[in-house]
Design a protein around this ligand. Structure first.
Ligand code: TYM
Length: 344
């Protein structure tokens, strides 16, 4: 008999229950920024609380417009989560579009936010600054994200620092909805908090900028062998000669080593940097070994799961069904509050 999840049961009786909610785009292979900034917290938190994690394929359509690729990336993200320790007995993992009601909630929210606010969105402004023409999906992206979070009554959203603005918009929309459509003592939406851990809020890429698919500076969580080596060797360093002392805190390689090595190992490597006679090539080799060790188990598990596509599909189907039930029950209350008449 499986042991009861006591902390979650206690949670369920608490009106201020913590509901963890987060999403990840299937827009390419997941990287170390996704892992340390978000996925690791997702895995930690889903053991303690009720949690909803979704693969945001509607969001990915803003950039991925190739059906085969979107399908492939979607299944890849599911495999990655399961390989990295997501346990479907503990929480819900599903595909965003299996709960189409999120787009309905997003539509309701569009009427509660100004176009100006969305035009100040970081991702939207970035595109314009790069001289690209953003599509309307990108402008409205944060509103769909708010719907994703609020439709499950999310209270805690583990993300990297780049999502701060989106969570602020979500909080504003929750408050705006409650003020507009609910009585003060009976708000429909909790106002969620972002869960951003300082030391992993922005993981740097091989060029020292934030690791991001759009900068092409990523190291994949499941990269290995030659591919991994090539990426690690391409990490940008300065030209301090091998013999001279170096400042670990100013080095892109050390910035990544920190996430893989325990305190003692970090101190030992930092000491070698400062002593001189330790080159960036040495540090890169060290990092390579650390990454290989860190993800060895997950890599093996992923290879096993690749042979079980039906199991992965079952997990997603079950997660989607549970999430849909929750979301549809919630939407009845949203429709009633807004005066959207339902005849069925
Ligand atoms: P996405 O897919 O771009 O990123 C997924 C998560 O990875 C984090 N992240 C990073 N953290 C630290 N350092 C980095 N270099 C780094 N790169 C990425 C992101 O902060 C994110 O937490 N908008 C979201 C997807 C989304 C969502 C949601 C998130 C849709 N609906 C609802 C939370 C709740 C995004 O673009 O993620």
């Amino acid at each position: 008999m499986e042991a009861p999840h006591t902390s979650k049961e206690a949670d369920a009786q608490n009106p201020e229950q913590t509901i963890v909610v987060s999403g990840i785009q299937p827009s390419g292979r997941l990287h170390l920024g996704n892992y340390f900034g978000a996925i690791r917290q997702h895995i930690d938190l889903h053991q303690q609380h009720e949690a909803y994690y979704f693969i945001v394929n509607y969001h990915a359509l803003t950039s991925v417009q190739d059906a085969d690729l979107l399908r492939e990336h979607t299944m890849d993200v599911a495999l990655d989560y399961l390989a990295l320790g997501f346990d479907p007995e503990e929480a819900h993992l599903f595909i965003q579009s299996d709960v189409p009601a999120v787009t309905e909630l997003a539509w309701i929210f569009y009427n509660l936010v100004s176009v100006g606010r969305l035009e100040r969105g970081v991702a939207y402004k970035d595109k314009i600054e790069q001289g690209l023409t953003p599509n309307a999906g990108l402008l409205n992206y944060p509103v769909l994200q708010a719907a994703d979070i609020l439709i499950y009554g999310g209270t805690l959203v583990p993300v990297g620092a780049d999502q701060k603005q989106h969570i602020e918009i979500t909080r504003d929309l929750a408050q705006r909805f409650n003020q507009t459509f609910c009585s003060e003592d009976d708000p429909l939406f909790p106002v969620p908090e972002a869960h951003i851990l300082d030391d992993v809020a922005v993981i740097p890429g091989v060029d020292g900028r934030k690791m991001s698919k759009s900068y092409g500076n990523t190291i994949g969580i499941f990269d290995e062998g030659k591919t991994l080596k090539k990426k690690v060797m391409s990490i940008v360093t300065d030209s301090t000669p091998l013999d001279e002392p170096k400042d670990p805190e100013a080095c892109n390689v050390f910035a990544l080593i920190k996430h893989f090595a325990d305190d003692a190992k970090q101190a030992e490597i930092a000491e070698q940097y400062r002593a001189g006679g330790y080159g960036y090539g040495h540090a890169k080799k060290e990092l390579l070994g650390l990454i290989d060790d860190y993800f060895a188990e997950a890599r093996a598990r992923r290879k096993e799961l690749e042979q079980r596509p039906d199991y992965v599909m079952d997990v997603l189907r079950d997660g989607g069904r549970q999430a849909r039930e929750q979301a549809y029950a919630f939407m009845e209350r949203v429709r009633a509050a807004t005066g959207l008449v339902t005849t069925y």
